[in-house]
Write a protein that binds this ligand. Sequence first.
Ligand SMILES: CC(=O)N[C@H]1[C@@H](OP(=O)(O)OP(=O)(O)OC[C@H]2O[C@@H](n3ccc(=O)[nH]c3=O)[C@H](O)[C@@H]2O)O[C@H](CO)[C@@H](O)[C@@H]1O
Ligand SMILES: C=C(OP(=O)(O)O)C(=O)O
Length: 428
Amino acid sequence: MEKLKIAGGYPLKGTVRVSGAKNSAVALIPATILAESPVTIEGLPDISDVHMLKDLMEEIGGSVEYSNNEMTVDPSSMISMPLPNGKVKKLRASYYLMGAMLGRFKKAVIGLPGGCHLGPRPIDQHIKGFEALGASVTNEQGAIYLRADELRGARIYLDVVSVGATINIMLAAVRAKGRTIIENAAKEPEIIDVATLLTNMGAKIKGAGTDVIRIDGVDELHGCRHTIIPDRIEAGTYLILGAAIGQGVTIDNVIPQHIESLVAKLKEMGVKIEVSDEQIYVAPADRYKAIDIKTLVYPGFPTDLQQPFTALLTKAEGSSVVTDTIYGARFKHIDELRRMNANIKVEGRSAIISGPIKLQGAKVRASDLRAGAALVIAGLIAEGVTEVTGVEHIDRGYSHIVEKLNGIGATIWREDLTSEEQEEVKKS
Ligand SMILES: CC(=O)N[C@H]1[C@@H](OP(=O)(O)OP(=O)(O)OC[C@H]2O[C@@H](n3ccc(=O)[nH]c3=O)[C@H](O)[C@@H]2O)O[C@H](CO)[C@@H](O)[C@@H]1O
Ligand SMILES: C=C(OP(=O)(O)O)C(=O)O
C-alpha cells in the first residue's frame, strides 16, 4: 500500500494532457460483451477501474489485448458466467455487466456493485428498466439474478435522472425485440459516448444526449473501433488546480462544452480563463470571490467536481456554500480539509466554507476518489508537506496523476506505507 507525499506551495505552470473518460470507459468496456466480433476502444485511461474490467471480461471468457491505452475485446467466446463476488464488488460500474449480459445472454448473476461510498447508491431504476423489458430480477444473498425468455422493447420513465440506469437500460434494450423509449433519461456526455459505440456496433439509437432516447432492438451487433471522449472530470480537476495554484496552466485534450458550468463558476470567482477548441488556459484570480455551488444533473455543475472545488474555495474571501443535490452526504473530505486548517461547516446537504484560509500540510486520508482529488489540490496549495493515504481510491480514476502533476512543476511522490500506517488502515 502506498501514500502520496506533497510538498505544497510551489506554483504550477505548463501543459497537462487529459486522458480518456473514466465514466465512459467503465461502460464502454462492458458494452463490448454485446458484440459477436472484436471491438477496439482507443484512448482508455490507465486506471484501476479499467484494469479491473479487463480482468472481468477475461473471467467471462473474453479474449482481451490491452496496450498503449487501446483495448481489443473479442467477446465471441464469452459465456454468462455468474459473478456474485470478487472484482464486481470493487467498482460501482460492474453494474453495467447486468445490462450487457442480459442483452446478449438473456441471463446474468452479478454481485451488488461497490465504488465510492457517497451515501446510498440505489439501483432501483436500473431494475425497473430491466423488468419493463421483460426480465425477472431477484436479489439472492447480495447478488442480482436476471433472467428473461426474451427481451421486449418498452416505454420506461425514469423516476430519477440517473446516468447509470440510462446506460444500463440502453445496453439491454439494443438487443430487445422492438422499440424502447427511455423518458427522463440522463444527458451526460458519457451517455452519448456509449450510444456512439453501440451505434458503430450496429445498434439503432436516437436521442442520446436528450431526455428521450429511442432504441430499436437488433438481432446482432458486430465489432468496430471507437475512440473514447476526454475525461471532463479529470480536466475539471486540473482546471481547479490551475486556478488555485497555477501560474498559467493549459489543459489539453478537453471538450470545453463538457465543462461549461465549471468554467462559468471559476470566472465568477475571478479566475482568468481562455477557451480554445481543445484546450483551456487558466491563470489565478487577483482576488478570489466567495461563490455558491449547487450540483445538478448535466449540464449543471457535476457532483464529481464538488469535492475538488471545495479545496479551491478555502482561498475565497467570504462564505461560500456548496450544496450537493445528487449525493447529499458526499462530504467525507471536509474533516480532512479541517485537519489542514480549513474553516468549513457541514449543514445537511451543504458545506459552508469561510475564507480565505492558509492551508497547512497534514496527514490526511482519502475516503473516496474525488475526496482524494480534493486533498491533492489542498496539499499542493498548503504550506509544508501533506501525506495522503487511501491512494487506491485516487488510482481508480486519475491516470498517472503523479507524473502529470510533476510535469507541471508540482513536488509530489509515492511512498510505501509504514507498518504502523498499514495497521491503522486495517483498523479503519
Ligand atoms: C446525475 C449525476 O450527476 N450522475 C453522476 C453520478 O452517477 P451515478 O451513476 O452514480 O448516479 P446516477 O446518475 O445513476 O444517480 C443520480 C441520482 O439518482 C439516484 N438513483 C440512481 C439510480 C437508481 O436506480 N436510483 C436512484 O435513486 C442516485 O442515488 C443519485 O442521487 O455519479 C457518478 C460518479 O460520481 C457521476 O459520474 C455521474 O455524473
Ligand atoms: C464516484 C465516482 O466513481 P464511482 O461512481 O465509480 O464510484 C466518481 O467518478 O466520482
